[in-house]
Design a protein around this ligand. Structure first.
Ligand SMILES: *[C@@H]1O[C@H](CO)[C@@H](O)[C@H](O)[C@H]1NC(C)=O
Ligand SMILES: *[C@@H]1O[C@H](CO)[C@@H](O)[C@H](O)[C@H]1NC(C)=O
Ligand SMILES: *[C@@H]1O[C@H](CO)[C@@H](O)[C@H](O)[C@H]1NC(C)=O
Length: 976
């Protein structure tokens, strides 16, 4: 098909604008599926103009996210046409300027996120219209202060987050929020506040959560009742804040207070403050050893019972069975994370604290969990959750949890456990969740989980288990989730998975399984819903196997993507037989050679299918391959090397709403294939080398006029032939010629020819003549090919000159190039032309059998017709064949004016350097002439090294490689 002519461009532009109105695509945004033109994401775009994002969003827009763009400025009225907006996220841009009327009209806006930008100043009226705003985040900007009255109209504001700015003056902040009677949460962490001093304002009664962490507070400096209504107060990491600062400050309602990394001394603080001591988080307050005992005594004086005692980050190294005896009864959580504990000694530090419900000892230095089947071990019947994550535990001995039989959640993950005694978990009959992931386990025994018959979730991810022995899980009849991802499993013994009769989710990804043994799944074939086999070593060589999934009638999710090292290779046509309940299937990165047309036939419930990069090379989607997938809603056939497909491929996908066809290699897409998808809502055809030809007229029409199908970033898609042109508005009028137009065009062509031919004759006389001679000589060449071959490049240079300049040629040029040690072979017409042959033939032969043509240019030369032909021939070789054959030698200085009537000569002069013969009138003619000959010899030699023996003159290497490069960039879509 011919490429389209561009001469109707202006008409196309007008048409394009009109068409824009009906197309369903957005320049820089993507509408969320099923959001009914309400939710839009505009992310990772380079556009710096605000209107480029908002201009084409519809009135109905409710949620808009514009993130990770290069935006710096929100100009006035940016959202004036979007009065229904409720959620606006503009985080992670480069915003620094926001105009006064930027958010005008957004009366419905509830949520505004401007975090992670560069805002250092705000206009005091900028939020004026946002009466309904409830959430505002200005996190991570450069705000120093707030202009007075900035929040004056935000009477519905509930949450205000101004973390990570550079604010120093609390007075201004207190003033700005004092009237916000609905404000509940105020976050001012990571600023430079030094005190909470304020003039006459008070905080609104509604404000109960106040974050002031990581400032430079050295005092509170506020009125007695200023913090009266606060429930949650975070003052952590104000390193200069002393206990004295709290003198007289009413903290009666505080139920969670963080004081970590301040200068507050606990004892002093408990004396001064009226805060309920049971509501203080004692983490990071330097409480260890004797201090801890003292704290307990102090607490006990005030309280009989304490719910949670939080002691993380205190550098505690040792806890004896006396330490916590003096504390009030702990009934909830004891938090000991991030200390330096090296032993837990069967938790005997909890003697006298047997009501603890949850113990958290993460991030300590524990190296082992010893056996606790001792007579004097404390019996902790209330302990239900125990976490030892992030320690250095290497061994877990037998009966390690004998004294804590009621644990429901046990976290031993992220340790170095290599030795888990086969009786280590004995007695844990209530255990529901067990985390053993990220350890060094190699073996599991048939009695390891013997007592854990209530276990529901077992996580063994990232260990070094290679074989699953018979009977390992025989007691785990209640287990629903088993995670074996990232181990080294090569096989299961025949009854390795027996007993798992409730198993629903089985993760086996990242192991070394080579095949799928269906007999293993027998005992949970009626309960399994998820099977993850991603990144194993499964591959097939033959088409015919029996389906390993035949009886997995409940299976909903199956992952088979990325088999190592080379993928599945063959996808047996019977592979998925029996999977009638399957809803999602992952097959990406598998080097599959061929998709049989019946391979998906049993997957009648399938909703999601990804074949992204599943195959090798060019993939043929066979007609009917998806014929039974009537429930499929999302299909990803990205990057599959699809070259073409027919309507029949997508035939029965009546529920399909998302189709990702991007990154394939077809030049056209049959619009009728898309039209046969009645529920299609979202179409991604980016990065396909679509040609802007009549073949795609229907596709263009489809993408522009289908009000239901969003075509992702349609207006950015370019034509394959020339990225300056856009696909959506390429000119299709030429594809719809009717008879009238046809007659009109043919008449026009005839008139055109009659008008232009005489002109062309004058203008292109030489070109025609040249073509005629070239043709003639080519014709005669065919007759005498053998002779021609030896004639080729017979000469180093053909000298073209006017007989008027013959004297110079004979006396100067010949001796200097043929003699004088140069030994060039020159072709001179008076000497080397064949007698009796047509002069034109002689010239053609001479030019084509010499590596260079030297034109000796003088006024007389320019006037000579024959010489002109010689220049034409040589310059055609220069321009058209890209062979650098022409050398110009100017015998006398010629002015611009004298050259002006010789266009072609001027064109050559602009393109090439030329040599000027230094006449006798220059100061040192001998030396200048020596230089001239040297330059000329060099010029004749250039390129001569590249001449190969068998076919004479070859184009210089550089041009060749350029040519090749161009070729490959044209074809870059064809990569495997
Ligand atoms: C808009 O965003 C809100 C909050 O994220 C969400 O609850 C709501 O469903 C979204 N609306 C639409 C139409 O997507
Ligand atoms: C806030 O939104 C409600 C509906 O969501 C609307 O009725 C009301 O007018 C808005 N309030 C203001 C002050 O615009
Ligand atoms: C803090 O801001 C208030 C007004 O908001 C102003 O009166 C006061 O001078 C400021 N203090 C400092 C130290 O800048």
């Amino acid at each position: 098909m011919a490429t389209r002519p561009h001469h109707l461009l202006s008409a196309t532009v007008v048409l394009g604008v009109v068409r824009l109105m009906c197309g369903y695509s957005f320049h820089n945004c993507i509408e969320d599926l099923y959001s009914n033109r309400q939710s839009f994401h505009c992310i990772h775009r380079k556009e710096t103009d605000m209107f480029a994002y908002t201009r084409d969003l519809p009135l109905s827009a409710v949620n808009v996210t514009i993130s990770n763009t290069y935006l710096r400025h929100i100009p006035k009225d940016s959202f004036a046409h979007l009065p229904n907006l409720q959620n606006l996220k503009m985080d992670h841009n480069f915003l620094s300027r926001i105009d006064r009327f930027a958010f005008q009209n957004l009366h419905q806006l509830k949520f505004l996120n401007l975090s992670f930008n560069n805002i250092s100043e705000l206009n005091c009226f900028v939020f004026e219209d946002l009466h309904n705003l409830t959430f505002l985040s200005l996190t991570k900007n450069k705000l120093k202060q707030l202009p007075e009255g900035i929040f004056s109209t935000l009477l519905n504001l509930d949450t205000l987050i101004m973390r990570q700015n550079v604010m120093t003056n609390f007075t201004g902040i207190a003033k700005s929020v004092s009237h916000l009677t609905n404000l509940r949460i105020l976050d001012l962490c990571f600023n430079h506040l030094t005190s909470l001093s304020h003039s006459n304002e008070s905080l609104p009664k509604s404000l109960t959560v106040l974050y002031l962490c990581r400032n430079d507070l050295y005092t509170l400096g506020c009125k007695h009742s200023f913090l009266r209504y606060i429930n949650l107060l975070d003052l952590s990491y104000n390193s200069k804040l002393p206990a004295m600062a709290f003198a007289g400050v009413d903290l009666r309602h505080v139920n969670y207070l963080r004081l970590r990394s301040t200068s507050v001394k606990v004892a002093e603080f408990l004396n001064i403050s009226n805060v309920n001591a049971g509501h203080i988080d004692f983490s990071g307050m330097g409480i260890k050893n004797n201090m801890l005992i003292e704290l307990c005594r102090l607490l006990k004086r005030k309280l009989k019972v304490i719910k949670n005692l939080r002691l993380s980050n205190n550098g505690i190294e040792m806890l004896t069975n006396k330490t916590l005896r003096h504390c009030p009864k702990i009934t909830g959580t004891l938090e000991l994370s991030r200390n330096n504990l090296q032993h837990s000694i069967c938790l005997n530090f909890l003697s006298g604290q047997n009501q603890v419900n949850r113990l958290d000892a993460e991030h300590n230095h524990l190296t082992s969990i010893p056996s606790c089947k001792q007579k004097n071990a404390v019996y902790l019947k209330n302990l239900e959750e125990l976490s030892y994550r992030y320690n250095r535990i290497l061994t877990v001995s037998r009966d390690a949890f004998y004294h804590t039989p009621n644990i429901k959640t046990l976290k031993l993950n992220i340790n170095n456990i290599a030795f888990l005694h086969r009786k280590a978990l004995k007695g844990l009959k209530q255990l529901v969740t067990l985390r053993l992931d990220n350890n060094l386990l190699t073996d599991l025994f048939n009695d390891t989980f013997e007592d854990n018959f209530n276990l529901q979730v077992l996580n063994l991810r990232k260990n070094r288990i290679s074989v699953i022995f018979n009977g390992t899980f025989r007691s785990l009849g209640n287990l629903t989730t088993l995670d074996f991802g990232g181990n080294k499993i090569t096989h299961f013994q025949p009854s390795g998975l027996d007993g798992l009769k409730s198993l629903s989710k089985l993760y086996l990804d990242g192991n070394n399984l080579k095949q799928i043994d269906s007999s293993l799944y027998r005992c949970f074939q009626d309960t399994l819903t998820t099977l993850d086999l991603q990144s194993n070593q499964i591959h097939f060589h033959k088409e015919k196997i029996s389906s390993p999934f035949l009886n997995l009638t409940k299976l909903r999710d199956l992952k088979l993507d990325g088999q190592r090292p080379h993928g599945l290779i063959v996808l047996p046509r019977t592979f998925f037989r029996g999977l009638h309940s399957l809803q999602s299937l992952y097959l990406t990165n598998n080097n599959i050679g061929y998709l049989a047309p019946d391979v998906f036939d049993d997957l009648t419930s399938l909703r999601f299918l990804t074949l992204d990069n599943c195959c090798v090379g060019v993939t043929q989607l066979k007609p009917g391959v998806f014929k039974n997938l009537q429930n499929l809603t999302k299909l990803i056939v990205e990057n599959m090397g699809i070259q073409n497909f027919s309507k029949k491929v997508f035939g029965n996908l009546t529920q399909l709403h998302t189709l990702q066809l991007n990154r394939n290699v077809m030049q056209s897409i049959p619009a009728d294939a898309l039209e046969s998808l009645p529920k299609l809502r979202y179409l991604d055809i980016r990065d396909i080398p679509l040609s802007c030809t009549c073949e795609n007229t229907l596709l263009q029409n489809y993408t522009l006029h289908n009000p239901n199908v969003q075509v992702v970033y349609l207006y950015n898609m370019t034509c394959q032939s020339d990225s300056k042109f856009k696909f959506y508005n390429f000119d299709t009028n030429v594809c719809y010629l009717d008879l009238g137009q046809y007659l009109f065009f043919s008449t026009a062509v005839v008139i055109f020819l009659f008008t232009v031919t005489p002109l062309l004759y004058v203008k292109l006389y030489w070109k025609m003549k040249y073509s005629y001679y070239v043709f003639r000589s080519w014709f005669s060449e065919q007759w005498s090919r053998l002779r021609e071959k030896e004639e080729k490049c017979k000469y180093d240079a053909f000298i073209s000159y006017n007989s008027f300049d013959e004297q110079w040629v004979m006396e100067q040029l010949m001796p200097n190039l043929e003699g004088n040690g140069s030994n060039f072979k020159l072709c001179l017409h008076h000497r080397d032309f064949e007698l009796g042959r047509d002069i034109v033939d002689n010239i053609v032969t001479a030019v084509y059998s010499s590596r260079k043509t030297i034109c000796v240019v003088s006024r007389k030369f320019l006037q000579s017709e024959w010489c002109s032909l010689e220049i034409q021939l040589a310059s055609y070789r220069l321009f058209d064949e890209h062979r650098d054959v022409l050398l110009l030698v100017f015998l006398e200085p010629l002015s611009e004016r004298q050259l002006s009537s010789y266009h072609r000569m001027r064109k050559i002069m602009l393109k090439k350097t030329y040599l000027q013969w230094p006449g006798s009138d220059c100061t040192d003619p001998i030396q200048a002439q020596d230089l001239f000959w040297n330059q000329l010899r060099r010029a004749i030699r250039t390129g001569s090294t590249l001449v190969t023996e068998e076919n004479g003159c070859v184009a210089p290497e550089k041009e060749k490689s350029e040519h090749v490069e161009k070729h490959t960039t044209d074809k870059y879509y064809l990569q495997p």
